[in-house]
Design a binder for this molecule. Structure first.
Ligand code: ATP
Ligand code: MG
Length: 331
């Protein structure tokens, strides 16, 4: 059977990178694929402490806000099994098992590890930062997912995940795990930071002005667009080699208006026109999401969904883990 699985960390409110790279493609799938296909979306709160612990109340609030954000964007809990990772202890057990099939040197070579470890002094890097991809692999394999829709920044992790599924099957002479396939929508698979366009837009790195969050107010959107990096040339041209910042704004404009670059007539725009037009389009698109989010954020509905879906996901996970424990020799 085809099983779609993806995860998002409750490290903040989703930004336009998450929206175009992950959430919007997910919603398109949710609304178009055969209803028999299982769709699972995990708010991966255990991943959120891989850079170190957070205050408990903050983590709880972040998880609520992420869940509310996803629903506000159009995730339909009757169609997508939307759940909280930490409600499924089986995932951590599988992650431990996968660790026996992986080397530290391979994990330490992953680009995201290399990048994020730079925030720590040499002796201070948390273990979770290194083993993060094992937990991510376990997220997917616990549910025997076959297809993983994610943004382009996850390609290396998906390769590692495929390798682990293969290694497990080979070691134990089984075909228990399908080799999951990455699914990345080519358009807007990577949205760049508004302040440092060589980097991707991110929840947990770069300042608040580097990203537009889906709950930002109209004023904040306008301010962030105005202050987005551009260059000294007055006119707008699309040139990724030499004008990455301006090209990124055009890419965003294309994404938000769902029009291709060739259909946008920016010949008479100044970079300021581009920024103001972009802000207007972003605000139009986000206004209803913002409203829905405010309605949901503190509602009991969110708790109910997480509780109910946690039960459902745990049932699938336990069934699969029983099989895996037997294969490994724990049972
Ligand atoms: P963090 O900085 O805490 O890692 P993040 O912004 O990278 O946060 P994640 O929760 O790690 O977000 O990823 C959620 C999903 O969003 C993944 O599918 C990821 O590939 C996608 N994604 C993240 N950033 C971008 C981006 N800039 N452009 C496109 N997709 C993105
Ligand atoms: Mg990330």
């Amino acid at each position: 059977p085809t099983i779609y699985f993806t995860g998002i960390q409750p490290t903040g409110i989703p930004h336009l990178g998450n929206f175009f790279g992950s959430i919007d493609p997910w919603i398109d799938l949710q609304n178009s694929v055969n209803p028999e296909i299982q769709m699972m979306l995990s708010v991966v709160d255990q991943h959120a402490i891989s850079l170190g612990p957070l205050p408990a109340d903050q983590l709880r609030r972040n998880t609520r806000q992420m869940t509310a954000s996803l629903i506000a964007c159009g995730v339909d809990p009757s169609r997508t099994l939307l759940f909280r990772q930490s409600d499924i202890p089986q995932i951590a057990q599988l992650s431990w098992i996968l660790g026996s099939l992986q080397t530290t040197s391979k994990l330490a070579r992953l680009p995201q590890y290399k990048e994020k470890q730079e925030r720590f002094k040499k002796g201070d890097i948390p273990v979770g930062l290194l083993t993060y991809p094992l937990l991510q692999a376990a997220d997917v394999l616990t549910f025997k997912a076959t297809t993983v829709p994610v943004g382009e920044d996850q390609s290396q992790h998906l390769n590692l995940l495929g390798g682990l599924a293969y290694a497990f099957n080979k070691t134990y002479q089984t075909d228990v795990f399908p080799i999951p396939k990455q699914l990345t929508r080519e358009k807007n698979a990577r949205i760049r930071s508004l302040r440092e366009p060589e980097k991707k837009m991110s929840k947990s790195s770069g300042g608040p002005r580097s990203r537009i969050e889906i709950t930002d107010s109209r004023e904040t959107i306008i301010e962030k667009c105005q202050k987005a990096q551009s260059d000294t040339a007055g006119a707008v041209t699309y040139d990724k080699e030499n004008r990455l910042a301006v090209s990124n704004l055009l890419d965003l404009y294309s994404a938000i208006t769902k029009t291709s670059l060739s259909e946008i007539d920016y010949s008479s725009w100044s970079t300021l026109d581009l920024k103001m037009n972009l802000a207007e389009k972003i605000d139009n698109r986000l206004a209803p999401i913002r409203e829905k989010f405010e309605e949901l954020e503190n509602s009991e509905e969110i708790d109910k969904i997480l509780e109910r879906n946690g039960d459902a996901a745990r049932e699938i996970a336990e069934k699969n883990l029983r099989e895996i424990r037997r294969i490994v020799g724990f049972l």
